[in-house]
Structure formats: structure tokens, C-alpha cells
Design a protein around this ligand. Sequence first.
Ligand SMILES: [Zn+2]
Ligand SMILES: [Zn+2]
Ligand SMILES: [Zn+2]
Length: 351
Amino acid sequence: MKIFSCSSCQSRVYFPNSVCLSCGHGLGFDADTLTIVALEPAGEDGLYRKVSIRNDKDAPGDVRYCENAVHGVCNWLVPDSGDATLCKACACNRTIPNLSEVGRLEAWREVEQAKKRLAYSLLRFGLPLDGGPQGAPPLTFDFVAEAVTGHENGVITLDVLEADSVERERRRQLFDEPYRSLLGHLRHEIGHYYWMLLVERGGAIEDYRSIFGDERQDYQGALAAYYANGAAPNWAESYVSAYASAHPWEDWAETWAHYMHMVDAVETAEALGMEPRAAGLLFGATWPFKKYDVYRQESFESLMERWVPLALALNSLSRSFGHRDFYPVVISNVAREKLAFVHRLVRAGAH
Ligand SMILES: [Zn+2]
Ligand SMILES: [Zn+2]
Ligand SMILES: [Zn+2]
């Protein structure tokens, strides 16, 4: 993710911040420009004017906080001009946790943090949240306790108990998933959503099958076999994760999630000025490196050229602290083909 600064005093601020600790201005996330903006009261209660360092005469209109700000779960802004009271990201929520139950508000806050980061990436890619031109169902979230996490026909259900780190760790070990996280879950499930839009309705089903296999094979049977027997010992030759080997749908969703992890990590490293480049190791390379927007990068190969040195650096840093590799994954040529396919479809589906 990008690094944000307060549009009033230029101090560094972070994506979830709703107040600038340096100058005291309220802050909100403007989903149209994908930046954090400082706010000034605009007379009427709850109405704000965006503070612009450039003193834009044509700075767009006044804004309000998303309705969910009262619960402390959202810092996104809503234009005052329309009828919407929820921001673009919260408008996708169909069910939120029962806030009268103990711990649910805290869990929802964590879930919203992960969902906002997910939404940031989708908006950066320019992917539709409303079902897109093919008229698929709009993206919808059900956040409920003790539900089965999954995707069905546009609806992503997330068990909010996953926000509890102890419970998540228990399940992580139970299912032997090294990267079990809320954000990882959401990126996986959103992968199923965009399969429906970009593969099934996007005219890419034949290409998909030639790379990932035939998804018409028995899904329940495949999952039952996976949970009974585990992945084949050589799964890493073809998949980004063990679970991806369970079924072509899961392979796509795992590959999609992996792709989103890579893009976010590369953007974050670049924003922090910490992006290692293979080219940077060569004598005579100049610093700083040319900036490329990883969300707009045409070729998958150039993403890989940025990702591989970053992954190596992450592992080396992890070793510096006496931990095992942070990213113990070697992307095989087969998995690379799959990631490249996801990249092409994301590019084609972006507007
Ligand atoms: Zn400030
Ligand atoms: Zn919101
Ligand atoms: Zn799945």
C-alpha cells in the first residue's frame, strides 16, 4: 500500500487513521482519489470540507464520514452530494456481527481493517464491485460468527471468530496453512468472486481450464479427499499452496490471493523506499529506481522481477531475527503460468 500524508501538515499518516496526531485535523479516506485527506468542519454538523495543500479552487465537494464511523470501524468518506450514507466498501456489507454480543465489535473492527485493505487493492486495480458489465451479482459480505467462510454467487461469508488471534492460530495449525490471516481469507474468497466475473462471464473459461484444469469435477468429493489425504508430496511443483491442489476452483482462488499479496507487498516496499531490485545489485545502477505503479504494470514478468528480490530480502531479514523464512515459497514454472493468467485477467477486467 502507498504511504499517506496529512493534506494539511504533511505528516505521515496511516490508512486506518481518522485524526492527524500532528495537527489535530480529522482524516478520512477518499475512495475517489484513493488518498487520505484532512478535513475541516463545513458549518453543518457532520459535514466536512477537504483541506488541500494545493488550495485547489476546484477541490471536489463536501463530504461526511461513512455511517459506520460511529462504531469506530470505518474512516472512509461519502460525498455529501449523493444519497449514500455508507462508503463504497461498507455498502457491500449485507450482514454485520451482532454488536450486543461480547467481543463482536472488536472482531468486526479487525475484519473491517482487512476488508478495507482488500477494497483499496480492488479499487486500485479498477475492478468492479457491482458485478461489472456482464451483470454478475454485486459484491456482498456477510460477517457472522460461527459461519462457514466461503463464497457463493457473489456473497462472501466470513466467520468473524477468525478475528480472534488465538482461535485463528488453532485453525491455522489444524489445517496446516502457513498464511492464515483475515486478509488472506478475504483475498482468497474475492478470488472466487472474480472467477465468476472474469473467467466464467468474461469468456476465459477455455483458457482457464487449459491452465488450472476442469472445474466441473466433483467439488465436494475433491475437498473431502483433500481433507482426508492432504496434498500430494510434490504439490509445490504445480501450485502456490497445498490447498490449491484440492480443486481447480481452489487453485484459482489461492493463486489470485497470492497475486494480491505480491502486488500489495511490492507497492508497500516501493512506498517505503525499501524496494530491492535485481537491477540494483548491478554495478552502476542508480538510486532511486524508476517508479512503476505495480497496479498498472502491463507485464507479469516485470512484477516477478520486482517480487523475487523482495521475497529474498524478506527471508534474509527474517533470518536476521532468528526466525525461519518469512516466505518459504518457490514459485514453480507451472504456478508462474497461473499467476500470469490471473495478471492478464485482472488487467483485462480493469476499467
Ligand atoms: Zn496533519
Ligand atoms: Zn465505511
Ligand atoms: Zn475457496
